[in-house]
Structures are given as structure tokens and as C-alpha cells.
Write a protein that binds this ligand. Structure first.
Ligand SMILES: Nc1nc2c(c(=O)[nH]1)N[C@H]1C(S)=C(S)[C@@H](COP(=O)(O)OP(=O)(O)OC[C@H]3O[C@@H](n4cnc5c(=O)[nH]c(N)nc54)[C@H](O)[C@@H]3O)O[C@H]1N2
Ligand SMILES: Nc1nc2c(c(=O)[nH]1)N[C@H]1C(S)=C(S)[C@@H](COP(=O)(O)OP(=O)(O)OC[C@H]3O[C@@H](n4cnc5c(=O)[nH]c(N)nc54)[C@H](O)[C@@H]3O)O[C@H]1N2
Ligand SMILES: [Mo]
Length: 707
């Protein structure tokens, strides 16, 4: 159909849904495309930004919030200073996914940087620096990290001054787990209490010259009762002491002497450990990442050269923003925000309140709302630059939810599997066809980059910019809103001109907020491609934890019903127990993404990525060879999938690896020429589900049957 017909019908159906179920019944999901939430905000739905992060950085994000109060939960809230690092510990962190980091490491190679990668699967790149691969049993990372913490504490290798000055390690904790404060002891304030070594008394942390890390004792409270208190540091030490090298070796499968070497080198070289990107794996991941974060804290390697950095915050203004009860557009227009934006809970945050506190999305909330009507039904869904059938957990249930909705619109550049469940597919432009300004992730500085149209859409392809399509829908549903925000008939008839005007207005707004002349920022961007607007400088920023300190003992966790200290808890899926049962892990690789999967050369280049990786010792036991067809059946969900085995020692014994998005495609638009996309397994069919706090679990246990 023509764009006009599609937009008219989408708008008519939306109006019908909104009048029957309210604007909150509309949801938008995306993977961080600029402007994706415009439509949802303008329609007045609180579900305007249900992003990918419940299956991406949800767990590591919650950990960062718990330990560092890192304002935004994105992985870029804390990054290692690779340019100056000497020892980099990458636990479940894959350099295949960040070529920029490889470049930084290459530049740093003269300084003899060492990299340790802890992963059940071998990293698939030749790192330019000394690299050590430690294959770990999936889902046991917390035991590994706590064993390192234990070694550092037992051997006095921690940075005591840093812990006293910048963290809550000296805070005194009562038997009920809450910190002792001025309110308990009758100071007339609620200051956190510590034991001061010079004063030989319990005093306010704020006034303490020399807070003790190791104090334990009895305190008389204002009400006359006495309690036993001990420092947060003692509690961490006690927790970590369970994980001797031997115990941790038994859990992780990594030799005890290797654990000790990593611990010693990490402490002596003041290493830096990644705080985690993709982390929706085993259901126990928040503990993993808290334990890993704490390693950086123990050696005091925060906001120091070669340590963990808080990048300069900043962002490119988006086309519309909500400020108080007003929606403002980058063109200077404004309109009152619909009340419904604030009246209803977001469907994912309603189900898992901790996600709201940490600013994390979980698409499963949309799926469950559509199928159960709790807290209210989702009837219309816009899927923008993301592929839920290769992104989310338990995809059979995702399909049920899509079928239950009255309107599903996909905005994408390829005929992904999900379009079989869509009423409309709106073809977007790709980034090479449009003008846009975005912030640059993964750098300590705040920098923006400029992308210019290098290509026109191919002949016969009538793709248009996503934001234009969204504003066309808004214009049809709520014309006065579109007009008030400065969307004109002229823009309506010139999609690419509109996109350019938005980019220019965004650059102007950005320039104004940095006191620059818009024309000179634009010309600098056009000539250099990127501009650094604010450089990072070392030093701890103000932290948004409850205590304002780095919290090795997390009050955020405590307030949200979690253990304030990390521990090793077994994965959420059933452990394999028979010779033909395995843990199926997943992840990415340099050739892997949902769009790269479709490039014709991938037929040959990514062959291995459509296979099921198995260790030679397991293959021999099961009598399997490379190319043999097997069925994988999930021990938890009973779902199954068929693929071919790749025998390789690049995956640990007892573990299978299948990457995301490369295999098991089902789109009805796949032609003979692309039939190889249907080979292999979509691991998300086999995934277990979701952890209690709302983070996705994408690893699974499976039984292997030769067919
Ligand atoms: N080429 C490419 N680059 C990308 C992306 C992409 O799709 N393709 N995606 C981008 C995105 S959205 C993200 S979030 C990042 C992800 O970047 P990373 O998180 O670094 O990459 P992943 O491959 O998702 O996961 C890292 C590793 O975790 C391992 N793993 C699985 N289970 C476990 C476990 O239980 N314990 C341990 N220790 N390791 C485990 C996997 O084998 C994998 O090698 O990459 C970004 N960059
Ligand atoms: N089994 C398994 N599942 C996983 C993961 C895993 O490692 N294994 N990783 C998880 C993680 S970390 C993440 S972030 C998610 C990622 O899952 P997705 O959010 O689906 O991310 P991508 O693979 O980047 O797919 C992006 C989509 O955007 C489309 N696209 C690309 N460019 C444009 C554009 O300019 N405009 C529009 N409109 N569309 C565009 C592509 O065609 C594709 O459909 O998956 C999660 N799920
Ligand atoms: Mo991700």
C-alpha cells in the first residue's frame, strides 16, 4: 500500500484503540534509536520507551546503581580507562563487540597491558596485547569474583585509605542489616556512624578523621538497649571468606592457582574490571556484577588513570522532551503533556519495581500485560529498530502476545522475523541515508558525532525517516499537538527535509547549551565528523547512592529487598545432570547482529555462527562430528530447535554456544537466495525466562539428541 494509506489506517486503528482502552494501551519498544519514543510521548502513553535493556545490561545496570549510584543505568555509566590500564579483567565481556576498545588497547600495548578474559567461550579476536583466557563454568562468576575479593582482603592488598574516604566500608551495621545512624544513638541527626580510631569512640562519619574498617563492638542506643555492630567491610570480608580458592575452583571449574594468580596480579597491578554490558544470562547476574564492581573498589581504582571512570554526562537533545507537565519540541514549540503520561504505571515497572528505581526496561512486561491484562491491556505496539524474536526470552510467548494485540507496527530496514506478526511494516531509512547527530558512547569525554547522508535509498525503495512517519501518525491522531510542536504541512510533504531540519535544530540546541555558536559547531561537525564538547578529568563525581559514597554494602539493594552483599547463588535454570545435557550459552561476535545476519556474504563468512559449538571431548562421548544434525530441547521450557554441530575447543566442556540472531530465522519474506538464514538455532526459543527482579535469563540448559 502507499504511505498515505498505511498512515491513515494506522492512525484510524490507533484512535479506535485509544478510545476503547486509553492511550496507556499503546507501547513502543526500541533499541536506542534516536527519537523512537516521540510517538508514544505525544500519544500520552507511559509505555513510550520500553527498551531492550531487560535482556541487555539490566543486571549490570542494577549492580552499578547499587554500588556506585551511577545515575543512568547504561553500560557507559562507568567505563575502564583502557588507554592507561595495565591489567584488564574482562569477566563475561567480549572484545569482539567493541573494535574501538581494541584500538585503544593497541595504542596502549607499549605499556605492557595484560588482559584476562573469563568466558566459557574463547574470545574470537587476536588481541594485540598479552591475553589470558580462563574458561569458566557458566553462571558462576560471582564465586570467581568473590574469591578474588577474599584473596585481596586476606592478604591486606586493598586500598584502605580509599575505602575509608570514599566508600561505606567503615559504616557500622546493626544485626538487622541496617546501618547505625545518629537517629539510633540520639545525635539529633541521621548521620551514618563509624568507629573513629583516634577518638576511640563512635562518631559521625562526616566528622571522623580515622574511621575504622575493622571495628566490631557493642553500642548503647538512645532508647537504652544495646546492639552488636560491625563494619560493612567486616561483613564483606566475612561473605568473601566463604570463597577460598579451593571452594571457588570447585564452583567455577577454574584451577585454584589460577584464581590466586589473577587475584595477586589484579591487586598488585591495580587492575580494572569491566562493570558489564550484556548481563541477562543466568538469573543470578546482579550478584556477579556487584562482586565484580567491588573488585575495582577494593583496589581503589576508581577515577584514577587506568581505572574505572565516570564518563562526562551529556546527550544530544531529542526532537521532543517532557519538562514538568509540558512537552517541548526542539523547534521551540510546546504543548501541555497529556495527563495519561503520568496517571498510569509503566507495565514493566508495575511488575518489577526495582527496575523503575534503576531506570531499566523489561519488554516482558509488555508481553504479560498483553496476555493477562495486568495492570491493563497493551493493545497496540510499535517495534522500532529492534527484533523481539531474537532479543527477548521465551519467544513463543512473545509471539502469543503479538497475536493478542489489535495493532502491531514494525519500523525497520529489513524483513525481520517479527514482521510476520505485524499489521504494518514501515520501511525506515538506514543511517547512511540520513543526517543525524548522536552522542559517542564508550569514551570518558562527552563527544558527539555527525552522520551525513552518504547514500540515497535504492531505486524503487520508498523508505522514509522514522521520525517523519511518527509525526505523520501524530498529525492524524492529534493535529493540534503536531502543529503546536512546530510540525508544518511543508515538513509533512518533505520527509528528508524534515529530518535535516531536526538535525540542524538539535545541533543548535546542543551548541547553545555549551555556549557555542551553532554555525561553528555545525561546520566543525561537518569537517571533523565529531566534536568533544567536554573533556573528562579524573576525580569522583557526586554519587547518587543513599549514602553519597560508593557502597560496597548496598543500601539500595537493602531498600529493595535484596541482600546488601553479593553472593554466589546458582543459575535460574536446571543444572545439567546427564551425559547428553549441557548449558547452552549465547552472546555475540564480531560478525553478529540482527542486521548483519542478512548481508549476502554472511552465507559463507558466518557459517560457524549458524552452528552449535561443542567441545571435542563432549562430541567424542556423544559420537558427534562437525555437521551432524541435532535437536536441542530446553530442560526448563521443553521447547526445542534443530541445528548442526561444530566441534571446537573454543568452547569449554559441558557448554554449548549459539550466538544471537544468526540462525533459525523464520520470516516468510525469506527468498531462496537467502534461505541460509533459516539454518541453525534461534537460542531465544530455548531460554528460560526471567529472574525474580525482572532481568532476562538467556542462557539455558538443554538435552542434545542426534537426529
Ligand atoms: N559485533 C557486534 N558488536 C556489538 C553488538 C552486536 O550485536 N554485534 N551488540 C552491542 C551490544 S547491544 C552489547 S550489549 C555489547 C555486548 O558486549 P559483551 O557483553 O562484551 O558481548 P557478548 O558477546 O554479548 O557477551 C560476552 C560474553 O559472555 C559470554 N558468556 C555467556 N554466559 C556467560 C557466563 O555465564 N559467564 C561468563 N563469564 N561469560 C558468559 C559469552 O560467551 C560472550 O563471549 O556488544 C555491542 N557490540
Ligand atoms: N540469545 C541472545 N539473545 C540476546 C542477546 C544475546 O547475546 N544472545 N543479547 C541481548 C542484547 S545485549 C541486546 S542489546 C538485544 C539486541 O537485540 P536487538 O535490539 O534486536 O538489536 P540488533 O541486533 O541491534 O537489531 C536491531 C534491529 O534494528 C534494525 N535496524 C538497523 N538499523 C536500523 C535503522 O536505521 N532504522 C530502523 N528502523 N531499524 C534499523 C535491524 O534490522 C534489526 O532488526 O538482544 C538481547 N538478546
Ligand atoms: Mo545489548
Amino acid at each position: 500500500v502507499t504511505w498515505e494509506e498505511a498512515l491513515d489506517d494506522i492512525a484510524a486503528r490507533l484512535q479506535n484503540i485509544i478510545s476503547r482502552y486509553g492511550p496507556q494501551s499503546v507501547a513502543v519498544t526500541s533499541h536506542w534509536m534516536p527519537e523512537f519514543s516521540t510517538l508514544g510521548i505525544l500519544l500520552g502513553t507511559p509505555n513510550n520507551a520500553i527498551l531492550h535493556n531487560g535482556t541487555c545490561f539490566g543486571a549490570s545496570g542494577i549492580a552499578r546503581v547499587a554500588i556506585f549510584g551511577a545515575g543512568t543505568a547504561s553500560p557507559f555509566a562507568l567505563i575502564p580507562d583502557l588507554a592507561n590500564a595495565r591489567y584488564v579483567l574482562a569477566i563475561g565481556r567480549n572484545f569482539n563487540c567493541t573494535m574501538g576498545e581494541l584500538r585503544t588497547l593497541s595504542a596502549a600495548r607499549d605499556d605492557n597491558v595484560q588482559v584476562v578474559i573469563v568466558d566459557p567461550k574463547m574470545p574470537n579476536v587476536a588481541l594485540p596485547v598479552e591475553t589470558w583466557w580462563l574458561p569458566i563454568r557458566p553462571g558462576t562468576d560471582a564465586a570467581f569474583a568473590l574469591a578474588i575479593a577474599n584473596y585481596i582482603i586476606q592478604n591486606g592488598l586493598y586500598d584502605a585509605e580509599f575505602l575509608k574516604r570514599n566508600t561505606n566500608a567503615p559504616f557500622l551495621i546493626k544485626p538487622d542489616g541496617t546501618p547505625l545512624t545518629g537517629a539510633d544513638v540520639g545525635w539529633g541527626n541521621s548521620d551514618f556512624a563509624v568507629y573513629d580510631e583516634y577518638a576511640g569512640a563512635i562518631v559521625s562519619y562526616r566528622e571522623s578523621q580515622s574511621p575504622s574498617l575493622e571495628y566490631s563492638g557493642t553500642v548503647t542506643l538512645a532508647n537504652g538497649s544495646t546492639v552488636q555492630v560491625t563494619t560493612a567491610f567486616n561483613l564483606l570480608a566475612q561473605r568473601a571468606s566463604k570463597y577460598t580458592p579451593r571452594v571457588a575452583s570447585g564452583i567455577t571449574g577454574i584451577a585454584a592457582d589460577e584464581i590466586v594468580s589473577v587475584a595477586r596480579e589484579f591487586a598488585e597491578m591495580r587492575g580494572v574490571a569491566y562493570t558489564g554490558w550484556w548481563s541477562a544470562r543466568n538469573g543470578n547476574d546482579i550478584d556477579d556484577w556487584r562482586a565484580i564492581d567491588i573488585l575495582n573498589v577494593l583496589v581503589g581504582n576508581i577515577e584514577r588513570p587506568g581505572g574505572l571512570l565516570f564518563p562526562v554526562p551529556g546527550g544530544v537533545p531529542s526532537f521532543v522532551g517532557v519538562s514538568g507537565k509540558t512537552i517541548k519540541s526542539v523547534f521551540g514549540g510546546s504543548a501541555p503533556a497529556p495527563d495519561s503520561l503520568f496517571q498510569y504505571p509503566r507495565v514493566d515497572w508495575y511488575r518489577w519495581p526495582i527496575l523503575q528505581k534503576a531506570g531499566i526496561s523489561q519488554f516482558k512486561g509488555v508481553v504479560e500485560a498483553a496476555l493477562t491484562g495486568e495492570p491493563y491491556p497493551i493493545k497496540a505496539l510499535f517495534i522500532v529498530a529492534t527484533e523481539p524474536l531474537h532479543r527477548d526470552v521465551d519467544v513463543e510467548r512473545v509471539k502469543e502476545a503479538l497475536k493478542a494485540m489489535d495493532l502491531v507496527v514494525v519500523i525497520d530496514v529489513l524483513p525481520q522475523d517479527v514482521i510476520d506478526y505485524a499489521d504494518y511494516v514501515l520501511p525506515d531509512s538506514i543511517y547512511l541515508e540520513r543526517e543525524e547527530v548522536t552522542s559517542i558512547p564508550d569514551t570518558p569525554d562527552f563527544a558527539v558525532e555527525y552522520s551525513y547522508p552518504a547514500l540515497s535509498p535504492p531505486q524503487g525503495n520508498d523508505s522514509r525517516p522514522m521520525l517523519w512517519a511518527m509525526m505523520e501518525i501524530v498529525k492524524r491522531v492529534n493535529p493540534s499537538m503536531a502543529a503546536a510542536l512546530g510540525y508544518t504541512d511543508q515538513m509533512s510533504s518533505d520527509p528528508w527535509g524534515f529530518q535535516r531540519k531536526v538535525a540542524e535544530a538539535e545541533i543548535s540546541a546542543l551548541a547553545r547549551s555549551y555556549g557555542m555558536d551553532p554555525a561553528s559547531l555545525l561546520s566543525e561537525l561537518r569537517s571533523q565528523g565529531f566534536v568533544v564538547l567536554k573533556k573528562h578529568s579524573y576525580g569522583l563525581p557526586a554519587l547518587r547512592t543513599p549514602s553519597g559514597r560508593i557502597e560496597i554494602y548496598s543500601l539500595f539493594a537493602l531498600q529493595n529487598g535484596l541482600d546488601p552483599l553479593p553472593d554466589y547463588r546458582p543459575p535460574a535454570y536446571r543444572q545439567p545432570s546427564a551425559p547428553d545435557e549441557f548449558v547452552l550459552i549465547t552472546g555475540k561476535d564480531y560478525q553478529v547482529t540482527n542486521q548483519v545476519a542478512w548481508l549476502p556474504p554472511m552465507k559463507w563468512l558466518a557459517r560457524e555462527m549458524r552452528m552449535i559449538w561443542m567441545n571435542p571431548s563432549d562430541a567424542e562421548r556423544l559420537g558427534l562430528n562437525t555437521g551432524d544434525a541435532v535437536q536441542l530441547t530446553s530442560l526448563d521450557t521443553g521447547e526445542s530447535a534443530i541445528g548442526r554441530i561444530l566441534v571446537t575447543d573454543r568452547v569449554a566442556p559441558g557448554v554449548l554456544f549459539v550466538p544471537q540472531a544468526m540462525g533459525g530465522h523464520t520470516s516468510s519474506m525469506i527468498t531462496e537466495e537467502f534461505s541460509w538464514l533459516t539454518e541453525g538455532v534461534n537460542p531465544n526459543v530455548l531460554s528460560t525466562g526471567i529472574s525474580g527482579v525482572g532481568v532476562g535469563v538467556l542462557n539455558a540448559s538443554v538435552k542434545v539428541t542426534k537426529i
